[in-house]
Design a protein around this ligand. Structure first.
Ligand SMILES: O=C(O)CCC(=O)C(=O)O
Length: 280
């Protein structure tokens, strides 16, 4: 059986490990950042997800894509801490900025708890719906945080190495696509080019496989979840500035996203927004 076994990135110095992660994503479409999430952060996320699911009575969506035994919680930034630390994680964000560019955005932040008995999700690409000829430069960069261990048995994300370079997307629902499980320990993060073919695995255990899907997109395309309307503005005003810009209170390359030539970060009470491209 094929297993995903990247060498550890954790023991390499910062920029070397980023370069290596970027080289792996360029070459095979994905990398695994091993053991990069603090234990306290993992515990806080686990507790918060349990609480939100209980308080909001969240149930599986009950369709083939989102799953029949899988609980997903969307728009996590609207719940504030501990989710606000996720998009700006120090080991992850530089890699994403390398795949896209520093003007990238949070596309969506959700949890995916694959329950016992769930079957495999259809293999897909996260940028499948975007009508660009393939292969193309990355416009989506996704990541999956392992809040529990990810094993082949419990539904680790299945990936098709190299498929980000394919000239087509997988036909929806087709079976027989050869894939491998992205096995990783709790506390690791799988990062992939949004063109990579992948899908959640089947869970044949009695335990949930819990992941956080931290999805980013290029600063010049529309975010999957509308962060500016989905997160109350008074809550967004309390976020660190980097996160405010990541959720869309900013201007891409001094142009895209401006409001009457002003930087939308000023709506959050931040002074000295960036100048428009015409005034540079
Ligand atoms: O849960 C997973 O491992 C992957 C889920 C996924 O790819 C999706 O829902 O788009």
């Amino acid at each position: 059986m094929l297993r995903v076994m990247p060498d550890s990135l954790a023991d390499l110095p910062g920029s070397d490990s980023i370069d290596r992660a970027l080289a792996e994503i360029e070459d095979r479409g994905y990398t695994i950042l091993e053991n990069v999430i603090d234990e306290d952060q993992l515990d806080a996320i686990t507790e918060a997800l349990d609480r939100i699911e209980r308080e909001h009575g969240i149930q599986p969506a009950g369709n083939e894509f989102e799953g029949h035994q899988t609980v997903r919680i969307y728009n996590l930034l609207a719940h504030g801490d501990p989710f606000t630390a996720i998009p700006i994680h120090a080991s992850l964000l530089p890699v994403v900025e390398g795949v896209l560019d520093p003007g990238c955005l949070v596309s969506s932040l959700s949890s995916i708890a694959i329950g016992p008995g769930e079957s495999a999700q259809p293999i897909h690409a996260d940028d499948q719906i975007i009508g660009l000829a393939r292969p193309h430069a990355p416009v989506v960069c996704n990541s999956m945080w392992a809040i529990t261990d990810f094993t082949e048995e419990n539904g680790a994300t299945r990936i098709v190495p190299g498929s980000h370079k394919a000239s087509a997307c997988p036909e929806y629902g087709i079976s027989g696509i050869e894939s491998i499980p992205a096995e990783m320990k709790r506390g690791s993060i799988l990062v992939w080019n949004g063109s990579l073919w992948h899908g959640g695995g089947a869970n044949q255990t009695n335990e949930r496989r819990i992941g956080i899907a931290m999805n980013y997109c290029a600063g010049f395309i529309r975010q999957q979840e509308n962060q500016q309307l989905g997160i109350p503005r008074d809550l967004a005003a309390t976020f660190p500035e980097r996160l405010q810009r990541l959720i869309g209170y900013g201007v891409y390359r001094h142009l895209i996203g401006h409001i009457d030539k002003r930087d939308p970060i000023e709506l959050l009470g931040v002074e000295g927004g960036i100048k428009s491209i015409w005034d540079l």
